[in-house]
Design a protein around this ligand. Structure first.
Ligand code: HEC
Length: 191
């Protein structure tokens, strides 16, 4: 009797340990939202400051250097991955994988119907049996963005010239206001 209760205590401890070390869907979702908010806030603040203080051509360094490094820092801090993706990427690293392509395509379709969702979330299984939460949040264009992502009549000439040099394969122009420019994409491993 005594040894049996000891055994059940051990089992209970093991179960509790398993719960706290693994990550459930709700927790992963909260993490993905936090990471997205952190990156969005950093980019917004830095871009607005750079455009105001330095002009569009110089503000390119925010997008060019700050965006990828901020994404890496936030990823490392939260032990998950965040980056920005687009169906028409400027940075080739922003090319979407199959899951992201499907979600971005759905966003364009939903936006055309006036039914864009706040976020697109799915739990996916890898071939090795591990699971992860894939969280994607659409990024919409505003007037400011068209200086560097718009149609030729809206592009800032200096910025466009600098972009042409930095990104010879650039696909990220031709947008109007309030279109899906891309998405924040977060992958959080689940237990
Ligand atoms: C000063 C020019 C400039 C402005 C203004 C600007 N961007 Fe960008 N954007 C860039 C550059 C340069 C990159 C490539 C960054 C990189 O190398 O990761 C980029 C990349 C992106 C990406 C990542 C996907 C990709 O194409 O590589 C998204 C999404 C994006 N921009 C959205 C926006 C939105 C939304 C706005 C307005 C709020 C905006 N940008 C304003 C220059 C700009």
């Amino acid at each position: 009797m005594k040894s049996l209760s000891l055994f059940s205590i051990v089992l209970l401890l093991a179960a509790a340990g398993g719960d706290s070390s693994g990550m459930g869907k709700e927790e992963a979702l909260a993490k993905a939202k936090t990471m997205t908010a952190e990156l969005a806030e950093t980019l917004k603040t830095q871009l607005q400051r750079a455009v105001k203080e330095e002009g569009f051509a110089s503000a390119i360094h925010v997008c060019n250097a700050v965006a990828p490094s901020a994404a890496e820092e936030i990823s490392a801090h939260h032990n998950a991955r965040i980056h920005r993706v687009s169906l028409k990427p400027r940075n080739p690293n922003g090319a979407p994988d199959a899951h992201e392509t499907a979600a971005l395509t759905a966003m364009d379709e939903d936006q055309a119907k006036g039914q864009l969702n706040e976020a697109y979330v799915e739990v996916v299984s890898q071939s090795d049996g591990s699971k992860s939460l894939r969280f994607m949040k659409p990024i919409l264009t505003a007037a400011l963005c068209l200086n560097c992502h718009g149609t030729p009549d809206k592009l800032n000439a200096e910025a466009a010239a600098a972009i042409g040099k930095l990104y010879p394969g650039d696909k990220a122009t031709g947008y109007g206001e309030n279109q899906v420019r891309g998405a924040f994409s977060v992958t959080v491993p689940l237990n």
